[in-house]
Write a protein that binds this ligand. Structure first.
Ligand code: ZN
Length: 182
């Protein structure tokens, strides 16, 4: 996904939320109170409601975005920026790029994302990553041709991060050569 396809797909807060919901629905929602997995979707409240106990789960709740006040759009843009280059962007640069006033929430967001994505920059791929523990989510690539088969993954984050789809060939910014993301 490049900046143009990203911009075309994620045009506003709503499109980001709908995409996020799609990803969450694939994982399934578990009620915190009764562990039921059957929910209604309350479209006006952006929340799930448990069919057994009526307990509500907001779209953010139980995910990496829980407790963050930043919009879905800001999260999506940040994930894109973190994935966009080999080195990614610093929190400070992301704050500047997104025109955000406060540094702390940005730092917290980036910190969580880096943790979820893994420390290695090979992992800064938007596609096909999903973290089961913290409810990390995916942004899928539309370009199948860029995808390559997921190879074995020996990193420490293996237990936390599960690669659901194939990962993407990233281009090395120094050499321009494609390298395989794992
Ligand atoms: Zn319940």
């Amino acid at each position: 996904m490049n900046i143009f396809s990203f911009g075309a797909e994620f045009t506003d807060e709503k499109s980001c939320r709908l995409h996020f919901k799609e990803q969450r629905d694939k994982q399934g929602v578990i009620c915190k109170r009764c562990q039921s997995t059957d929910h209604y979707w309350l479209i006006n409240k952006w929340s799930y409601q448990c069919k057994s106990c009526n307990s509500r789960t907001s779209l953010r709740s139980g995910t990496i975005m829980e407790s963050s006040k930043l919009s879905f759009m800001i999260w999506y843009k940040t994930i894109f920026l973190l994935s966009a280059t080999k080195k990614g962007f610093s929190s400070k640069e992301i704050q500047r790029q997104l025109g955000l006033k406060r540094y702390e929430p940005v730092w917290a967001m980036v910190h969580k994302l880096r943790k979820a994505m893994g420390q290695r920059d090979d992992r800064y791929t938007l596609e096909g990553m999903i973290e089961m523990d913290e409810g990390y989510f995916t942004i899928e690539a539309s370009d199948q041709a860029q995808k390559t088969q997921k190879s074995g993954c020996g990193s420490k984050t293996k237990s936390n991060v599960m690669i659901m789809a194939e990962s993407t060939v990233l281009e090395d910014i120094d050499t321009g050569k494609a390298r395989k993301a794992v």
